[in-house]
Each structure stands twice: as structure tokens, then as C-alpha cells.
Design a protein around this ligand. Structure first.
Ligand SMILES: Cc1cc2nc3c(=O)[nH]c(=O)nc-3n(C[C@H](O)[C@H](O)[C@H](O)COP(=O)(O)O)c2cc1C
Length: 331
């Protein structure tokens, strides 16, 4: 069974890629990921705040500067809290490239089109095969319109596209007022891939301690459903390739994402839970299913369940929403 796919201009033997995570900090683990069959690996992010702290001796963030809010500065982690500083990050790319032969996707994470983006060039020089940009941002400023929020993403991507030749992926959040509109704008800029979706960290409250509890919960297959919808909506409407991140735990999950339109399938939580060897189970499970269902190749399945030929995905979604509400029967 031919499971090959093209993602970010990279010809991969199958679509299973490790998503951004600290797994890349350990070279022995990186080797195990390659041995388990990962088609490519994504580095965890290098953050704008880390870079600006180093460049200017301070955390640069527009909101904080504007508000001159010293307390807000204290929210940010200290330099020592990060596993790799900016220089170590570049060195880690070089080391990983020496240890494995699979493609390495670096990750930059920030929200302004400022000087920190010089690191895109350094990442390219360090030997990364592609760059994923994560623009994690909670749009909490009531004076800022949705268009302005989108504009910032466009500005960052434009700046990066102007400085490097690397293939660029943008890891999106589902919380834009129009995901389709932003995707179309990024596509027009020549972005090579869109990664759906950032999994937002969701603080909880401890009622007894009256404290905010910041725990990173790993995903479940339930997280996949939001991604399936948007993969299906965007597939065929962008030249950019699509990748899924969030909620892929089984080979069935991976196949659903592929059929919705993903040509890259990123996994993190399931590897943290079951170890790198879980990649083999995912790939073998996909192969077996496609063979049993008489597919000739994985490419034949990509987008086969998408809304590509549907002239009005919005009307389709609304009709299904009404149908599913009307069909519910009280016990
Ligand atoms: C421990 C941990 C660290 C992560 N670090 C990053 C990061 O640095 N940058 C990033 O874009 N995503 C990061 N992520 C998010 C993952 O790349 C991925 O998008 C998310 O976990 C959803 O995929 P999953 O359901 O396969 O876990 C991290 C996730 C985990 C669990």
C-alpha cells in the first residue's frame, strides 16, 4: 500500500509526523521517533518572549509596553524556565540533523512582526527543513477588531516569507471570527501549509484554594472532531496543504483526518502516553484499513470525505445543526 504524501513540499513515506513537543529535547528520544517510523519531527516552539529577552534584555510584548504594566511582565516565565534558550535551540536543530535523516520542522511562536523574526533566518541556516509558525494569542482586547487580529498574523507571515525560502506552515487557532477568510489570506501569501488547530491551554479554578489551576491536559479523540470539520471545509479551497494537530490517537483517527483533507497528521499526546513505538501501530493500522477497503493509495483517500464539492459548506453545516437538534429524543 502506497501511504506516501506530500506535506510542506516534503515527500514523506506516510503522513504521521510528531507535533511540536519537548520530545525533541532528548536526542535518544528523537532517534527512537525516527526508528519508530516518524515521517518528520516538529520541534517545540522558540518563543518571541525568549528571543526579545535575549535581544533587548526584556520581554517585549506590545500590550505590555503599551500598558507599561510591570506586573504583567512578572507573568512570563524566566529564561531558565525554558528547556532551550535561543542559541541552544539553533544548536539542537543542528544536533538533530546529525542524528536523524527525517525532515525537521522548527517552530516559532509569537504575536508581533518585530525583530525576533530574524530567528527564522537563523533556523533556516541551522538546517531545518521547514518552519511552523504558531501565533497563539487570546484576543482579549475589546478595542481590537477581528480584522486587526487577523492582520497581525498576515504581517508576521509576510515578514517571514520575505526573509526565508523555507516552506512555511501556520498553526491556526479555531477562534478567529472567520477561519476560512484568514486561511484564504494566508493562502494568497503563498503559505505552504495550514495546521489545524492549536490546542488552547484552558485554566481551571481550585475552589478551595481559590487559585487558578494551570494544568496541561493531554487530548482525547474527542478533540479531533473540531479539526475534522475545518479540514473538510478548507480542503480543496486552499493551495496550501492541510495538517491536523489535536486528537489523533488511533489509526482510525488518522484516517478520518486524511479523509477530511489532511496530508500531514501530527501526533503528540498519544506518543507521550504510549511511547514513540505507537507510531508503528498508527501507520500499520492505516495500511491495513486501506488495504481491506481496497484503496490503491493513501492519496486516493485524502479529502475523500471533505466538503470540496459542496458549493455551500456554511448552509450544509447549518442544515446538519438543525437536523441533529430536531432528531434528539428525550429519554
Ligand atoms: C507537553 C507539550 C508541549 C507542547 N509544546 C508546544 C510548542 O512548543 N509549540 C506548539 O506549537 N505546540 C506545542 N504543543 C502542542 C502540540 O504540538 C499539539 O498541537 C497538541 O498537543 C495537540 O495535539 P495532540 O492531540 O496530538 O497532543 C505542546 C503539547 C504538549 C502536550
Amino acid at each position: 500500500m502506497d501511504l506516501s504524501t506530500t506535506y510542506l513540499g516534503l515527500n514523506l513515506p506516510h503522513p504521521i509526523i510528531t507535533g511540536a513537543s519537548p520530545m525533541v529535547d532528548h536526542l535518544d528520544l528523537v532517534k527512537r521517533l525516527e526508528d519508530a517510523g516518524a515521517a518528520a519531527i516538529t520541534m517545540h516552539s522558540l518563543f518571541e518572549e525568549q528571543i526579545t529577552r535575549e535581544q533587548q534584555g526584556m520581554v517585549y510584548h506590545m500590550d505590555l509596553i503599551n500598558n507599561a504594566n510591570a506586573e504583567a511582565l512578572s507573568y512570563f516565565p524566566q529564561a531558565d524556565d525554558f528547556r532551550l534558550g535561543p542559541h541552544q535551540y539553533l544548536e539542537q536543530i543542528r544536533l538533530i540533523k546529525q542524528v536523524v535523516s527525517i525532515p525537521v520542522i522548527a517552530s516559532l511562536n509569537g504575536t508581533t512582526a518585530e525583530g525576533w523574526l530574524e530567528y527564522a533566518k537563523l533556523i533556516e541556516q541551522a538546517g531545518a527543513n521547514a518552519l511552523e509558525l504558531n501565533v497563539y494569542h487570546v484576543a482579549a482586547d475589546p478595542t481590537e477588531s477581528g480584522a486587526t487580529v487577523e492582520r497581525r498574523v498576515i504581517d508576521i507571515v509576510q515578514a517571514i516569507k520575505a526573509s526565508v525560502r523555507l516552506p512555511i506552515a501556520v498553526k491556526l487557532s479555531p477562534f478567529y471570527s472567520s477561519v476560512s477568510h484568514l486561511a484564504a489570506q494566508l493562502d494568497a501569501l503563498g503559505v505552504d501549509a495550514l495546521v489545524l488547530f492549536n490546542r488552547f491551554y484552558q485554566p481551571d479554578f481550585d475552589l478551595n484554594a481559590l487559585e487558578v489551576v494551570s494544568t496541561l491536559h493531554l487530548s482525547t479523540s474527542q478533540d479531533l472532531l473540531l479539526r475534522l470539520r475545518w479540514l473538510a471545509v478548507l480542503f480543496g479551497r486552499t493551495k496550501a496543504a492541510l495538517a491536523v494537530t489535536g486528537g489523533v490517537h488511533t489509526s482510525e483517527d488518522a484516517l478520518k483526518a486524511v479523509m477530511a483533507g489532511a496530508s500531514g497528521v501530527q501526533v503528540v499526546s498519544c506518543l507521550l502516553q504510549h511511547g514513540p513505538e505507537h507510531i508503528k501501530a498508527l501507520v500499520n493500522g492505516m495500511r491495513t484499513w486501506l488495504e481491506e477497503h481496497e484503496y490503491e493509495s493513501l492519496r486516493q483517500a485524502v479529502g475523500s470525505m471533505s466538503l470540496e464539492r459542496n458549493p455551500s459548506p456554511a448552509a450544509f453545516e447549518r442544515a446538519n445543526y438543525m437536523k441533529v437538534l430536531a432528531a434528539y429524543r428525550m429519554a
